[in-house]
Design a protein. Structure first.
Length: 139
C-alpha cells in the first residue's frame, strides 16, 4: 500500500518571487474554457503521473525551466470547483525571478502579481477558489 502512487487530476504551483506570485494568462482563443483568464502554471495529469510528476512536466513545458522535486513544497489538495469531481494539488516554490527568467510555452502572457491584486483579476474558477483560500483574499 505504501508504494502505490497517488493519482490526481492536476497539479499547479505557486511560484513566488519576493511578495509576488507568477500567473499565466490563458490564450485568447474563444474555443477554450476561460479565454484570457489568469491561472497558476500547471496542468492535467497524463498516463498515471503522480502530482509532483505532473507539476514538474507541466512547468518544463509551460515555463521552459526544469524544477526539482526538492524545490517544491506541498501545500495541499483542493476540490475542483470547475468540475463535479477531482482534485488539484498545489505546490509552492520561492525564488528570485523575473518573467525574463522563463520562456512562455503556453498561454497568452505571464506576470508576477501581488496577492492583494487577485480580487481585481479575471481568474479561472479553480484558481480563484484555491488562491482565495491560500491568501485569504476576499473577492
Amino acid at each position: 500500500m505504501g508504494l502505490e502512487k497517488k493519482f490526481n487530476n492536476g497539479s499547479a504551483a505557486i511560484i513566488e518571487s519576493g511578495s509576488r506570485i507568477l500567473l499565466n494568462q490563458r490564450d485568447l482563443i474563444t474555443s477554450i474554457p476561460y479565454p484570457g483568464h489568469w491561472q497558476l502554471f500547471g496542468g492535467h495529469a497524463e498516463c498515471k503521473e503522480d502530482p509532483i510528476e505532473t507539476l514538474l512536466r507541466e512547468l518544463k513545458e509551460e515555463l521552459g525551466k526544469q524544477f526539482k522535486e526538492s524545490e517544491m513544497k506541498f501545500l495541499g489538495e483542493f476540490k475542483r470547483v470547475e468540475r463535479d469531481s477531482g482534485i488539484i494539488t498545489i505546490y509552492y516554490h520561492q525564488g528570485n525571478y523575473t518573467t525574463s527568467d522563463f520562456i512562455l510555452g503556453e498561454g497568452h502572457s505571464m506576470a508576477f502579481v501581488n496577492p492583494s491584486y487577485l480580487p481585481n483579476m479575471r481568474l479561472c474558477p479553480d484558481m480563484k477558489d484555491v488562491l482565495s483560500k491560500i491568501y485569504e483574499v476576499k473577492s
